[in-house]
Design a protein. Structure first.
Lengths: 115, 112
């Protein structure tokens, strides 16, 4: 199994530009999670999906952020317009089921730098 | 509400020695699980060990074990026979139904 795949691995953009991060979960997993990691705030859950449906987006920082999951094998996290404070590492993770007993498998992350 | 606190920003251990990383987890949920993830410099998040809150017995995975004290809200990680490859950031966390909360992490250095 290839694991969770994220692209790009690194993204450098200028303030005001649109940024799209991509994630392919492990085949068969029905939960998908987006996290953001910064030195100041640590690892934060942004949003998660179950069977392609967003369940909890309370962690999404503001309207500039949006996430979609058009099918079971693909999800995007979009920032429009991007700002320097959005610079962080963004992780995607997936699992078979949520609840107490299942491991979340993380992708390698996308390091985003907004100039 | 849930909170996770890791009070040790950095720890150091001599190779082959034992080290314990501390964590406290507070939640109003009755059904939850706790875990430790490791993040080496490659930044890949790797599950180290997991503990279901309802279990009395502490989880063990090879050189890694936890000491879960539910009443004290304590969930510490013990690494025995430390190896150079154990050097990483360690994140404690917990949750249920997908709502996972992580601590700020402890950076572990292993001295040869």
């Amino acid at each position: 199994d290839a694991g969770v795949i994220q692209s790009p691995r690194h993204e450098v953009t200028e303030m005001g530009q649109e940024v799209t991060l991509r994630c392919k979960p492990i085949s068969g997993h029905d939960y998908l999670f987006w996290y953001r990691q910064t030195m100041m705030r640590g690892l934060e859950l942004l949003i998660y999906f179950n069977n392609n449906v967003p369940i909890d987006d309370s962690g999404m920082p503001e309207d500039r952020f949006s996430a979609k999951m058009p099918n079971a094998s693909f999800s995007t996290l979009k920032i429009q317009p991007s700002e320097p404070r959005d610079s962080a590492v963004y992780f995607c993770a997936s699992s078979w089921t949520s609840g107490p007993y299942n491991e979340q498998f993380f992708g390698p992350g996308t390091r985003l730098t907004v100039l | 509400a849930q909170t996770v606190t890791q009070s040790q920003p950095e720890m150091s251990v001599q190779e082959a020695e034992t080290v314990t990383l501390s964590c406290t987890y507070d939640t109003s949920e009755s059904d939850y699980y706790l875990f430790w993830y490791k993040q080496p410099p490659s930044r890949q998040m790797i599950l180290v060990i997991r503990q279901e809150a309802y279990k009395q017995q502490n989880a063990t995975e090879n050189r890694f074990s936890v000491n879960f004290q539910k009443a004290a809200k304590s969930f510490s990680l013990k690494i025995s026979d430390s190896q150079l490859g154990d050097a990483a950031m360690y994140f404690c966390g917990g949750g249920s139904q997908g709502n996972l909360i992580f601590g700020k992490g402890t950076k572990l250095s292993v001295k040869p």
